[in-house]
Design a protein around this ligand. Structure first.
Ligand SMILES: [Zn+2]
Ligand SMILES: [Zn+2]
Length: 441
């Protein structure tokens, strides 16, 4: 009997990690991500990964996000020596993500790091690049990567073993997507293991281009500052590309400076520029005549000292900085500096989990505490949810329905309320819990 063991993101969104064992005993792991969010979840990262590394024949990484890649260095540190398969773009982005994580962990005095920067480097060296659509064998288990359209290089996996086929969704994109090629629909599967992050909701059809144009125009009228907290990978590149269009079309002033205040986002943008073959049609055509992530008023800020110098500049400006949920990073410093000013605007373009500063600000409070200091909130706060990198309920459903012959569906990578809502729409669902071992077919 072939089995699947759930080692993460089973009843929660983060920590993706699954172990497939074929009838003959071949073992393949899919993702080995970090648990993120509450203290309880983060503690799980310190528990040993429940797998015998000497019996593990291969690992497949669906995409670079930390909740899918973040525990891989633990495997390497514990002696894993076989390949980690991923697309070339995923390897480049994972290099950025894992080294940054190890560096932040080293600088954090409150907690013992899970692994060192050297462990992270060895992990990236163990990664083997494979293209989409090519069949790869790990002993008797064969697999093919398909474009999941979620972030650059992201994959779904078609896996063939014991005469049957299992499909792992990876994270599915909010297709059709501005920058990337659309999520690939697959023809058939016996078993599907799929994410259901937004299994309970439909993204509102907001026009992000219009919202962004309004926000920038508003600060241009008052010489104010627009702050946009953003994630480094995908979201930031989407913003830069949108602003490039707005500038070009004369919808905002060409001279208003846009500060990209994040070394990690700057590096991620360089990686996006490298893989033109993965661009959507629109982006590909755009890239033939113009750099789609660059425009004359874009200022790249590397050092923290330069970051503070932005405050000395007068006139309208836009600042894009991390972290996306305001739980640290340079955006918090900018907020402390600008939040009491009535000409400041704050635009959220991503999900804010409930215990973050971002979520508190979304309620438009009159006062807010940031690092124990109380500030009056005079800034105007707005949000746009249409930039989500995840498929919503109708899109998840459409992706699943494109496959024939599906007998069972494991719903993973979701809070229970989301996956329950999605389960109500389909047949043959299973809601696995952490550490469950189930028959794969
Ligand atoms: Zn992801
Ligand atoms: Zn994910």
């Amino acid at each position: 009997m072939s089995t699947i063991k759930f080692l993460g993101a089973a009843g929660s969104v983060t920590g993706s990690c699954y172990l497939v064992t074929s009838e003959s005993g071949t073992q393949v792991m899919i993702d080995c991500g970090m648990f993120q969010g509450s203290r309880e979840l983060q503690k799980l990262n310190y528990e040993p990964i429940d797998v015998d590394i000497s019996n593990l024949n291969g690992v497949i990484l669906t995409h670079a996000h930390l909740d899918h890649s973040g525990r891989l260095p633990i495997l390497i540190k514990n002696g894993y020596k076989e390949p980690i398969y991923a697309t070339e773009a995923t390897i480049d982005l994972a290099n950025l993500v894992l080294l940054d994580t190890a560096k932040i962990a080293r600088e954090n005095k409150e907690r013992t790091p899970l692994y060192s920067e050297t462990d992270a480097e060895y992990t990236v060296q163990a990664m083997t690049a494979i293209p989409y659509h090519k069949e790869i064998s790990i002993k008797d288990i064969k697999f093919i990567l398909r474009d999941a359209g979620h972030i650059m290089g992201s994959s779904s996996i078609e896996m063939f073993l014991d005469g049957k086929k299992a499909v792992f969704s990876g994270d599915l994109g909010n297709y059709p997507e501005d920058l990337l090629r659309t999520t690939e629909m697959l023809e058939s599967a016996d078993t599907v293991i799929m994410e259901a992050t937004y299994g309970d909701r439909t993204h509102s059809p907001q026009n992000i281009k219009q919202i962004l144009a309004n926000e920038i125009s508003a600060v241009e009228k008052t010489d104010g500052t627009l702050l946009i907290p953003s994630f480094s990978i995908e979201r930031t590149q989407e913003l830069l590309h949108l602003i490039d269009h707005l500038k070009h079309d004369g919808l905002v002033l060409p001279e208003t400076p846009v500060y990209l205040d994040s070394p990690m986002a700057i590096k991620a943008t360089e990686i996006y520029k490298k893989y033109r073959n993965l661009y959507s049609k629109e982006l590909g055509t755009h890239a033939l005549s113009d750099d789609p992530f660059d425009f004359p008023a874009l200022r790249l800020i590397q050092h923290a000292s330069e970051s503070r110098k932005i405050w000395e500049t007068s006139g309208a400006k836009v600042i894009i900085a991390g972290s996306g949920m305001l739980n640290g990073g340079r955006i918090v410093k900018h907020l402390e500096n600008y939040i009491t000013n009535p000409t400041t605007r704050l635009l959220f373009v991503g999900f804010q989990s409930h215990d973050t500063l971002g979520a508190r600000l979304l309620n438009s409070p009159q006062k807010i505490k940031i690092k124990r200091v109380e500030y009056e909130v005079n800034a105007t706060i707005n949000k746009c949810s249409s930039l989500s990198a995840h498929a919503d309920q109708p899109k998840l459903f459409q992706w699943l329905k494109s496959m024939q012959g599906v007998k069972q569906v494991f719903l993973i990578h979701a809070e229970d309320n989301s996956r329950l809502a999605f389960a109500n729409m389909i047949n043959g669902f299973i809601l696995p819990k952490l550490h469950d071992v189930r028959s794969l077919f």
